[in-house]
Design a protein around this ligand. Structure first.
Ligand SMILES: Nc1ncnc2c1ncn2[C@@H]1O[C@H](COP(=O)(O)OP(=O)(O)OP(=O)(O)O)[C@@H](O)[C@H]1O
Length: 218
């Protein structure tokens, strides 16, 4: 095994309790634009769904609705038997377009904040950075990180969260081939633990058995 593939190996963690996401009869609009009508979805432990489609077709909006940030017009989003918005607080790890790093903040200080907020030990920070191959950048201010390095730091936060449902908006946008391989390994490891992943993407992501939903076609 090469040192690169060794560092990409993710330590197995305990399984998540079974989680099922179900979406029924979902209607979603922004302004006067209807993005989804009567949409149904079901995702169980270990499953992944890629949201695809042209700019403006509603990928981010659907992710935001699943996270409980915006209200759908109709329908229900449930995690197990609970309305998703109620379960969201300790179930969902959210990665938006922005990585939420302040310019003077380092990966160490940012992830300390997040570890405390998520109730995770600070000892989990280094392994998360290592899984994204940016542990050597731990003390570099965000203003001096490249876009791809910042994205890797954002993804390290998702790893640190230890939450079963990952909602990721363009997770691979600025990543190079190595970064995409790190992301694929993390997603595989998360799914092996029973985690669920939904990602909006414009790039093909080679995640085994991931389903696809073309938002432009619904
Ligand atoms: N805050 C908002 N208020 C009103 N309309 C919005 C708002 N945000 C987005 N929209 C509109 O909703 C539609 C869907 O936007 P959304 O960001 O969900 O698309 P997307 O598929 O994620 O696009 P992209 O591929 O460009 O990221 C767009 O037509 C957009 O103009």
């Amino acid at each position: 095994m090469t040192s690169a593939s060794l560092s990409r190996t993710v330590t197995p963690a305990p399984k998540f309790p079974d989680l099922r996401l179900s979406v029924s009869d979902l209607g979603l609009s922004r302004g006067d634009m209807v993005l989804a009508r009567d949409l149904g979805l079901a995702l169980g432990p270990g499953e992944a769904l890629l949201l695809t489609g042209r700019n403006g077709t509603g990928k981010t909006s659907l992710l935001r609705a699943l996270a409980g940030f915006i209200e759908p017009d109709t329908g229900a989003i449930r995690l197990n038997d609970e309305p998703a918005a109620l379960a969201a607080a300790d179930t969902i790890a959210w990665l938006g377009h922005a990585d939420g790093l302040k310019p003077g903040e380092t990966p160490r200080s940012a992830l300390r904040f997040w570890a405390d907020l998520y109730g995770q030990p600070r000892t989990a920070i280094m392994p998360a950075l290592r899984a994204l191959e940016i542990d050597h950048l731990i003390d570099r201010p965000a203003a001096r990180l490249s876009r791809g390095q910042q994205r890797r730091c954002g993804l390290a936060r998702i790893v640190l969260a230890h939450r079963p449902l990952w909602l990721l908006d363009e997770p691979a946008g600025p990543l190079d081939a190595e970064g995409r391989a790190c992301l694929a390994a993390l997603v595989a490891s998360h799914r092996a633990r029973g985690g669920l992943v939904i990602a909006a993407t414009h790039q093909p992501l080679d995640w085994p058995d991931a389903r696809s939903l073309d938002m432009g076609a619904i």
